[in-house]
Design a protein around this ligand. Sequence first.
Ligand code: NDP
Ligand code: 2IT
Length: 451
Amino acid sequence: MLTTMSIKNAYLLSVLDDLKKKNAHEPEFLQAAEEVLESLEPVVEADPRYEAQNIIGRIVEPERVIMFRVPWVDDGGKVQVNRGYRVQFNSAIGPYKGGLRFHPSVNLSVIKFLGFEQIFKNSLTTLPMGGGKGGSDFDPKGKSDSEVMRFCQSFMTELQRHIGPDTDVPAGDIGVGAREIGFMFGQYKKIRDEFTGVLTGKGLSYGGSLARTEATGFGLCYFADAQLKDNGKSFQDKKVVISGSGNVAIYANQKCTQLGGRVIAMSDSNGYIVDENGIDFKIVKEIKEVKRDRIKTYLNYVPSAKYVEGCAGIWTVPCDIALPCATQNEIDENSAKALIANGCIGVFEGANMPSTPGAIAAYQAAGILFAPAKASNAGGVATSGLEMSQNSERLSWSFDEVDAKLKGIMEGIYAACAAAAEKYGMKGNIQAGANIAGFLKVADAMLWQGI
Ligand code: NDP
Ligand code: 2IT
């Protein structure tokens, strides 16, 4: 999997070598770490303090990993057990912050890759948030609301002792939305007897922020729009393919349609739909948020649309712009080459690490635009940061106020990534710029705080 290896710096190579020995069974984590370390080569060579203080060796090691048993009773009275995780990766610039993922594919490697990425993403937002991530191999799909509630209560019964509004503030991710956050918040409050902003993505009636639901998808499009404009392009009249049909995908559809694009394909893990007239995000919202149904039922609303079984084929649908918003490694080298051959001008990542190293190499070789997840999907956690601010001052801001702050943050992240790339001799390489800009603030804080 790690095919892009080009690090020459001896210090970075020794850290990477050690990391591979210690984490040999964590391919996703190694993939995420190697991608960042590669970008940091010029930074480490320019400032000897990072090696002298072993900042890189420290930043790749989580401050704390918590793994726990989550027992619960299903509707048939049978006792089930899942595994829960919280990886508290780095608290140099603020309390640990990052989502919880409930999906059968969750394991320690997946949670560590997500937690590691979150360190740099949260730094890029400019808000005071450290990096963390958690979740479980529990699958909410096909479970009743009562089963989901009992699972969430059991999960929080253990997690509550490790988190707090100034310690660690989880939120949603795949399989964790408003329903799950509500059940977990209720359980935290019961056990701790505290009404605090311990989770973000809360319902509006109990401390949630307006625009948090839309924030990741909207933020992705604000970022893409800034990058397109900087390159003399825009969403106007562009054909857009969006993978996934969950929280990020739905609101990416809404915003890029507002910006003049036409979304012609969306997917779930079973397959994808194609509607050349443009997919109405409101129908997808109804299918996914209200009915919790499959994307193929879009054909009941729009019989002229097409459904294709299997999700990977979505990248063969000719488009101008690709917004991967489902999961990690969903675009491999072949899919990237298919996108490029069909004339795609840019890939802007909504999901975390959706492009394999081979796919990224293909984008670079073709010279198309590429926005890396830790920059382009930072709008969700940035708005979580705004939710924390509102909770702290016990006030709530209007939708337009939050949305305007989100837009400003995303434009600022694009500018910071572009500036860092240029400063370190890689003008236009937003991937390297994101890693460098995200790293510098955290590393500086670590230097100030001592060992
Ligand atoms: P949701 O659970 O709301 O939706 C996930 C979507 O992706 C569903 O359509 C799901 O299909 C699809 N999907 C999940 N796993 C796979 C898979 N293995 N193969 C194919 N499709 C899959 O999650 P989100 O929209 O919240 O998250 C999507 C991505 O965005 C993730 O990578 C997440 O980490 C990232 N992200 C989320 C943020 C947020 O605020 N929510 C913030 C930043 C990043 P199905 O229903 O069939 O499983
Ligand atoms: O990957 C992510 O940035 C998220 N799932 C959002 C995290 C958050 O704390 O809002």
